[in-house]
Write a protein that binds this ligand. Structure first.
Ligand code: NAD
Length: 442
């Protein structure tokens, strides 16, 4: 099939590349000229394990193209994906200006005799497919019609990929959710996704509103699991229990499940914070007070700075002139995404208290530098960051931080103090090594 993907960020680039990998001819469109130039030169613009190899292969085989020209990009496409940003707008609502802006452009470009399916892949509030449909029709001066008899249809197809394992998630999804009202659109979407569900994972067809809500419900539920465990960790600290043990104890119950039960210094990223916020706003709008979700958000806000009082107390409530090594900047391992990363909150709090920071992250340093510039010092290796530091703070659980050289840590740090926001090390082991070791809920 011929496919267009509008928006070539984390979701658009992964989706476009994976759709090309199954034999489709894909054109990815983006307004960022610099990004499109890089992609056209075979330069990948995000860090995502496994992506570069299939990206290069599909360019070489002529199935993957990039352009800034929407008209040219959608010309022959049967399906047009919208993988556009939906950041928090004023008051925390999902800002639909990118999605509806492109819908407006599509209204001026679509032709009456050329049926296309427009797919909302962005995470969007309930009712957005309807707004996209109305925007396209209005921009065409009511010359275009949607539905089986019309020349376009809008479908909701939320994306569930996780950064860090995005290629695997897209190629072998647990499920594909498609909210579609018409048979023609259902057939096209079913055919497109058939190669991705050959092992029997379901394509779940539903109405478009349920599909839109499914994505927010999924992210909100996962965020709830994390905040719940962070509250259990608070109890553990007060009661002398160990959250790792409690996690193993409850996670082995398959009604609860093992995943998303790790306590730490809070969730971040481009999805959970904004999606939780957006669902709270949507609930408020239909006069429903979503109490659990409001608590989830509040717990997470507090959790991001949970280590700060412990750090301050170790240094007698005075961090002025203290220097910290910080390991991990990305919001989670295996990505260079730093949107809403706990590291940003930690850095702000440390600088505000008069401290300085030397940081290392395997992939995210370029993005952090673009955001906060030279407010901190960037190091080439995790061990360089330790030099002259008063203590080490761990913010992201990259694999290379799991079994470090503790002798080098000891000889580099001024104090044998590690504040671990991701519970990477065994407490007894750290005590035996003579570290002042502070983790979460243990
Ligand atoms: N990142 C994730 O893990 C993830 C997972 C599932 C769903 N989502 C959702 O997918 C959507 C996209 O997220 P993302 O992380 O890929 O965002 P992103 O910011 O990485 O990418 C968006 C891209 O759209 C481009 N763009 C903006 N306006 C445009 C326009 N008018 N025409 C063409 N391109 C334009 C931007 O330049 C950017 O490259 C969001 O709604 C997000 O919530 C994200």
């Amino acid at each position: 099939m011929k496919i267009a993907v509008v928006g070539t960020g984390y979701v658009g680039l992964v989706s476009g590349t994976c759709l090309a990998e199954t034999g489709n001819n894909v054109t990815c469109i983006d307004i960022d000229v610099n990004k499109v130039n890089k992609l056209n030169n075979g330069e990948i613009t995000i860090y995502e394990p496994g992506l570069e190899k299939i990206f290069l292969r599909n360019i070489k085989e002529g199935r993957l193209h990039f352009t800034t020209n929407l008209k040219e990009g959608i010309e022959d496409a049967q399906i047009i994906f919208l993988a556009l940003p939906t950041p928090p707008g004023e008051n925390g609502h999902a800002d639909l200006k990118y999605v509806l802006g492109v819908a407006n452009d599509l209204g001026t470009l679509l032709k009456k005799d050329d049926f296309k399916v427009i797919v909302d892949k962005s995470t969007v509030p309930v009712g957005t497919a309807e707004k996209v449909r109305a925007t396209i029709i209005a921009a065409s001066n009511n010359t275009l019609q949607s539905g089986d008899e019309g020349c376009f249809e809008v479908v909701s197809n939320p994306e569930f990929l996780r950064e860090g394992v995005a290629v695997e998630d897209f190629m072998k999804p647990d499920r594909v959710v498609i909210g579609a009202n018409t048979e023609k659109a259902k057939k096209l979407m079913g055919d497109l996704y058939a190669p991705f569900v050959r092992q029997g994972n379901p394509i779940i067809f539903m109405d478009e509103k349920s599909a839109e809500l499914t994505k927010y419900a999924a992210n909100s539920f996962l965020a709830t699991k994390i905040s719940f465990m962070n509250e259990i960790a608070q109890l553990c600290e007060r009661m002398g229990a160990n959250v790792d043990m409690v996690r193993l104890g409850i996670g082995s119950d398959d009604r609860i499940g093992k995943r998303f039960l790790f306590s730490g210094i809070g969730y971040g990223g481009s999805c959970f914070p904004k999606d939780v916020q957006a669902l709270i706003k949507s609930s408020d709008e239909c006069n429903y007070d979503f109490k659990i979700l409001k608590a989830v958000e509040e717990v997470n806000e507090n959790q991001k700075l949970h280590l700060m009082p412990k750090i301050k107390s170790y240094f007698n409530d005075n961090l002025k002139g203290k220097h910290f090594a910080l390991w991990g900047l990305a919001f989670k391992p295996n990505t260079d995404d730093i949107r809403e990363a706990p590291s940003l909150y930690m850095i702000d709090a440390l600088l505000e208290a008069g401290a300085t920071v030397s940081a290392y992250d395997p992939e995210a340093m370029k993005n952090i530098k673009q955001t906060i510039g030279d407010k901190i010092n960037y190091c080439d290796t995790q061990y360089d960051a330790l030099e002259n530091a008063d203590a080490l703070i761990i913010v992201t659980e990259w694999n290379e931080f799991r079994t470090p050289n503790f002798e080098t840590i000891t000889s580099s740090l001024k104090n044998k103090a590690i504040f671990d926001g991701r519970n990477l090390y065994d407490i007894d082991d750290m005590n035996a090594k003579g570290f002042h070791y502070v983790s979460i809920g243990r």
